[in-house]
Design a protein around this ligand. Sequence first.
Ligand SMILES: NC(=O)c1ccc[n+]([C@@H]2O[C@H](COP(=O)([O-])OP(=O)(O)OC[C@H]3O[C@@H](n4cnc5c(N)ncnc54)[C@H](O)[C@@H]3O)[C@@H](O)[C@H]2O)c1
Length: 355
Amino acid sequence: MSDKLKVAVVGCGAVTEHRHIPSFARIKNKVILQAACDKNEELARKVAQHYHIPKVYTSQTEMLKSEKIDIVDVCTPPQIHAPIAIEALENGCHVLLEKPMALTVSDCDKMIDAARKNNRKLCIVHNVLFHPPLVKACKLVKEGAIGNFIGMRILLADPKDEMIMRKDYWIHKLPGGVIGETGPHPVYISLAFLDKVKAVEVFTKSYLEHPWARFDEFRFELDADNGLSSTAISYSGERYAAEVEIFGSKGALYVDLQSMLCIKHGPKTSLSQGTLVKTSLSTVSQTLGGIIANGLKAITGQFKVGHDTVIELFIDSVINDTTPPVTGEQGREVIRVLDMIVNRLYEKYGKPSEN
Ligand SMILES: NC(=O)c1ccc[n+]([C@@H]2O[C@H](COP(=O)([O-])OP(=O)(O)OC[C@H]3O[C@@H](n4cnc5c(N)ncnc54)[C@H](O)[C@@H]3O)[C@@H](O)[C@H]2O)c1
């Protein structure tokens, strides 16, 4: 009998197919994909057939009655994360749960309780934190490479076709609308550097004016004792962007998550020709070094994106009975801050009648 952990994916949509299944495929020495479950039977069958997953279900309840599953990987829309995760935990499964952990802090508490009572592990997929250049940036900040942490700035952009223009997409029904989908990423990135967030401010614009989405541009500020974080989320343009800048007393880090590069800037720059040349050469050499390192890893199949790393670390935490890479408590803190953002949004712009 195989001693590999049996995994079931619940929700067979975009993130399962493009991220989770490929990440599990990298660690097939440790796991076996045993079942695909989606309320859309055709989709579940298609995914199962394509990735050689032996069992197909349209209901998690039925699946848990029939199969001995070690890990349930929850990739449904966030509206039903809590009931699906709690049912899996109460049936003795460890749970890997896509962000956002839930829609409310009280649902997060219920999941944390269910994990504790059933002695099972719960891990939230805060994948962007595990992209290599952000891992490097966290390490550099910890080591004091840019002096004392002062603050940060994040830009996330999704092309309008992907998100805002899809009328019946579940993201529009989240608290705060689309910010409930993308917002967790900049919040958990910020929380990797900030102490407890005490206050938030929010700004919005609507350029596309779709009736199903109130806003397509969001700005929010997080205020903590040790620094500030400013986020721009843009859905109204045509491009992807994922950039993080971290400011310290002795320098700054620029992380580009599209090209997977982390560039360090030193403390003193001026517009003198000598300094301009030195700064440009430093940026060019770090960029080239990063491109070559990434290229070599890609060619040899060693390049891992955030999902690959967080999923493998979670599987290792189950095998070794250690703390998961992202705990339920960390997922809960993201929802607490997201809740502050959504409440401030409603305070300023009014609560939509449908939500
Ligand atoms: N970490 C990331 O980078 C990232 C990226 C995309 C999505 N996500 C998250 O992943 C989750 C899923 O997103 P997606 O883009 O794959 O959504 P999706 O709409 O493409 O897929 C969701 C699937 O869940 C299924 N489903 C709904 N209710 C179900 C139920 N009760 N039982 C079984 N299946 C059910 C739907 O039929 C659908 O196929 C969300 O929480 C989202 O925020 C994370």
